[in-house]
Design a protein around this ligand. Structure first.
Ligand SMILES: Cc1cc2nc3c(=O)[nH]c(=O)nc-3n(C[C@H](O)[C@H](O)[C@H](O)COP(=O)(O)OP(=O)(O)OC[C@H]3O[C@@H](n4cnc5c(N)ncnc54)[C@H](O)[C@@H]3O)c2cc1C
Length: 509
């Protein structure tokens, strides 16, 4: 059998990819070298865009009960005064979900696997280890071992979502661009029966509840992050200081000493303590022929914005709709060449910001830390509306009609007719048009004439703010482009970008 896609590596990124492809009816083989799920959490934070992707993939109902909704991020300086607040209490929720959620990674990965388990078009092989691949004509042949034997499978495309050490990336000989950030941190996961204690902090905004924020202690004595996980799960990340030994710092007595100020008198159990090197790395190429890299295989970020896995989810969302467009609608396969073009600038912007934040968090000299605190406060970042989710720039190049209002931005998700927009309209391409004059019908696009909806004021207000009459939204919820008057030319431009021919020839066909 020849599959549409072979997904190599079933961590969270491969798991979401399989769900998104299955949703669109593509046949998928997932190869995972481990027999069982990785039992310990690494990522703990996701943002609203991920919730929207889970919604699109049909797994939101399973995942949502295991998430903890929180209120953003607080950075505390050397004097224990606040230097930066990215809070979301009372802020609008333009994408339909809260900005920040915390979760337990093994539970999330299990939900993602359950999501495609019953889909006859997806085959997951565990204990199946990628060994190599060849590309001939339009196909990729992947060699893997299972039960001590070599096997081969063929597909139109392969996706290496096989993690930071990515055997696929190494096999393709793709180098990593090093953003020159490497710091050792100790990660400690705890089940705690009570609130976390903090030293006396000054300048904490009135509405901020420390138990609902991720708190970054930028204290040169020991930079540390305190994160409220789901249920009783709490996460600490402690920077290791020069000369400290990884093995010694992972020992129970060393961990207990670090946790003591936060948990004295609070019954708790340490789930694990492990050291990691936080990196900023981006693969120079994310595609070689019909093989793509996604997730940690393509990029690694210091986790200061909790965005590493989120990037991976954005990667596979970008790839999945384009693959489906080729298989289901006959689009030109060359649209997949826009993958890195669209994703790399996003990843670079956010990893660059995380590296910059890392540089100020990891300051160990007390005088430099005091100067940093003064500068941070003078820049008045404290109290601004900035959130980590605001860091995602618009797509500047690729399948977008640049030069039109809002092209490449993420489209809002208000409620229309009492339901979240994506649930109301379904997935795929959507054209929101002010009225019959701006609406145009097309084969694979859902056209929504807003004049005919009971409750669409938010979408109309969005059009009004930009002075446009129609907006065309891609299946991954990014705006393709906008139009004044009829959307006919907008749709024709989209069809040309996808290699689908113009509307008239589509209708005739
Ligand atoms: C301490 C820490 C905190 C973090 N916090 C956050 C956070 O809050 N938010 C966030 O978004 N991100 C965070 N991250 C990053 C996040 O954990 C990763 O980005 C994410 O787990 C990567 O997912 P992935 O699916 O790309 O790779 P992985 O999770 O590494 O999965 C790769 C899969 O490929 C399999 N595989 C490997 N080799 C082969 C082979 N030869 N054949 C077949 N299968 C193979 C592996 O077994 C594995 O299952 C954090 C990371 C760390 C270390």
């Amino acid at each position: 059998m020849t599959y549409d896609v072979i997904v190599i590596g079933c961590g969270p990124v491969g798991g979401l990819m399989a769900n998104l492809l299955a949703r669109d009816g593509l046949s998928v083989l997932v190869l995972e070298k481990e027999e069982d799920l990785h039992p310990l959490p690494r990522a703990v934070h996701i943002d609203h865009e991920m919730l929207r992707l889970f919604q699109s993939a049909g797994v939101i109902d399973a995942i949502l009960p295991d998430l903890r909704e929180t209120d953003g991020h607080l950075h505390v300086g050397a004097d224990h005064g606040v230097i930066r607040y990215m809070g979301t209490v009372g802020k609008p929720r333009p994408f339909g979900w809260a900005n920040d959620y915390f979760f337990y990674q093994p539970e999330l990965e299990q939900h993602l696997r359950d999501g495609f388990a019953k889909n006859a078009k997806v085959t997951l092989l565990t204990g199946a280890e990628f060994q190599g691949l060849t590309q001939t004509g339009d196909f990729v042949t992947v060699t893997y071992t299972k039960d001590g034997k070599n096997h081969q499978a063929q597909a139109r495309w392969a996706v290496g979502s096989d993690g930071s050490r990515s055997p696929v990336r190494k096999h393709l000989g793709i180098a990593l661009d090093d953003l020159d950030f490497e710091e050792p941190w100790l990660v400690v996961d705890v089940e705690a029966e009570g609130d976390v204690k903090f030293p006396d902090l000054t300048g904490v905004p009135e509405e901020a509840d420390l138990q609902r924020l991720s708190v970054m202690m930028c204290d040169p004595v020991r930079p540390a992050t305190v994160v409220p996980g789901r249920g009783n799960h709490r996460r600490w990340e402690f920077m290791l200081l020069p000369g400290e030994d990884d093995e010694e710092m992972m020992q129970p007595d060393a961990v207990a000493r670090l946790l003591e100020p936060y948990l004295s008198g609070v019954p708790h159990k340490i789930v694990r303590a492990a050291t990691y090197r936080f990196h900023g790395l981006i693969a120079e190429k994310w595609q070689q022929g019909n093989v793509f890299l996604a997730g940690d295989a393509a990029h690694q970020t210091p986790p200061f914005f909790g965005q590493g896995m989120c990037h991976g989810f954005r990667d596979v969302s970008n790839l999945a709709w384009k693959m489906a467009q080729v298989v289901n609608e006959g689009a030109n396969p060359a649209i997949l060449d826009t993958y890195q073009l669209e994703r790399d600038p996003h990843v670079r912007a956010v990893i660059g910001a995380a590296v910059n934040v890392g540089r100020y968090i990891c300051v160990l000299d007390p005088q430099a830390a005091a100067e940093r605190d003064t500068k941070m406060r003078e820049r008045a970042e404290f109290g601004t509306s900035e959130t980590a989710g605001d860091l995602i720039p618009a797509i500047g190049e690729g399948i977008v009609l640049t030069g039109t209002e809002a092209a490449g931005e993420r489209f809002i998700q208000p409620k229309i007719n009492g339901k979240l927009l994506d649930d109301q309209t379904g997935g795929g391409w959507r054209l929101f048009a002010r009225d019959a004059d701006s609406a145009v019908a097309a084969n694979d696009i859902t056209t929504i004439n807003l004049a005919e909806q009971d409750e669409a004021a938010n979408v109309l207000a969005w059009l009004d703010e930009r002075g446009v009459d129609a907006v065309l939204v891609r299946p991954d919820h990014y705006v393709f482009g906008t139009a004044r008057g009829s959307a006919h030319a907008l749709l024709d431009t989209r069809n040309a970008a996808l290699g689908l021919g113009d509307l008239k020839s589509q209708e005739a066909a």
